[in-house]
Design a protein around this ligand. Structure first.
Ligand code: GLN
Length: 311
């Protein structure tokens, strides 16, 4: 093992030991199936640009993507429609609000950005939906290429959110009333709930984050999933909006584009360097994994990963 590889392996192991005992935070319970998660689970994975995979904990155990799906569906929308067309429907400004805020720009009716639920619902609705290629199939195919393997839906988590997801449905109807959501809110929510219920492992998330860091080319498969400018655009929006109302503090302290999800998944990309992922389901009030946040902060400090850092 090279010295660099040893440093990464040691760092992941040490972070696991250091933060496994952290018991702050709550399981998400507004989606009942997510409240069944194992609170002690803690998994870390990192994938480098040459496709080396590092992990600790059970990095092959699946969980659902939830909001970690949002940057990848945004990437698909940007690849199909381009930045200007997507920007007509969803802005790219930090909202400073919670992920599920009932909030649209007063002047335009657009959501603030594609990382909050309102913006993610619009992004999902923008994916072309045709009989031969339904919108969800395009999302599944694209996100599978980001992961480097075929993903599938956790039907129980999907059903659980479909039963309880009225706040998101309300957002979809609000969007349609404020300025035309390009498709039917019922269809958009069906696709959005399925996308949130896509099943991934911690290593899959690291591969997805590494693909964004690697200019849109999956470092495990060599497949170009999205063009390089799109990967850069997505990372920019993750950097400014990916952690919702904690995005400024995250960029200040961790210094990496990142995205959290309420199942406990968390990713960060080091452009041209690595993709990093954690899974641990106890969440802070912004919906971010408590152990994940602690581990990313410590790793950034230890390995000098802050993008504004001048080594
Ligand atoms: N499916 C979840 C929701 O829409 C995703 C939210 C999240 O992970 N922050 O509420």
């Amino acid at each position: 093992m090279s010295a660099a590889a040893e440093a990464v392996t040691d760092a992941l192991r040490e972070l696991h030991t250091r933060f496994a005992g952290l018991r702050d935070g709550q399981l998400a319970d507004y989606i009942p199936q997510l409240a069944l998660a194992e609170p002690d689970a803690f998994r870390l994975a990192l994938i480098s640009m040459d496709g080396h995979r590092y992990s600790t904990g059970d990095a092959d155990v699946p969980f659902t993507m939830q909001s970690v799906s949002k940057p990848f569906v945004y990437a698909l929308a940007l690849s199909v429609l381009g930045l200007d067309e997507v920007g007509r429907w969803v802005n790219a400004e930090p909202s400073g609000e919670a992920f599920n805020a009932i909030s649209l720009e007063p002047a335009t009716g657009r959501p603030d950005n594609a990382m909050v639920n309102a913006g993610a619902i619009v992004t999902t609705a923008l994916i072309p939906d045709t009989p031969d290629a339904p919108g969800f199939d395009r999302i599944l195919d694209c996100l599978s290429r980001f992961a480097g393997r075929q993903l599938d839906v956790d039907e129980q988590v999907y059903a659980s959110e479909a039963v309880t997801g009225d706040r998101n449905r309300a957002l979809a109807y609000l969007i349609r009333s404020a300025g035309p959501l390009p498709v039917d809110p019922v269809a958009a929510m069906e696709t959005y709930f399925r996308q949130c219920a896509l099943r991934v492992t911690t290593l899959d998330l690291a591969a997805m984050a590494a693909t964004l860091a690697h200019g849109g080319v999956n470092p495990l498969t060599g497949v170009e999933v999205v063009p390089e400018p799109v990967a850069a655009q997505v990372l920019a929006v993750m950097a400014t909006c990916g952690m919702y109302d904690a995005s400024g503090d995250w960029l200040l302290r961790v210094g990496l584009p990142a995205k959290s999800g309420v199942s406990g998944g968390l990713i960060a990309s080091g452009p041209a360097r690595f993709g990093l992922a954690t899974y641990s389901p106890l969440l802070d009030p912004t919906g971010t994994s408590v152990r994940g946040r602690a581990a990313f902060g410590a790793l950034s400090e230890r390995l000098g990963l802050h993008l504004m850092h001048n080594p």
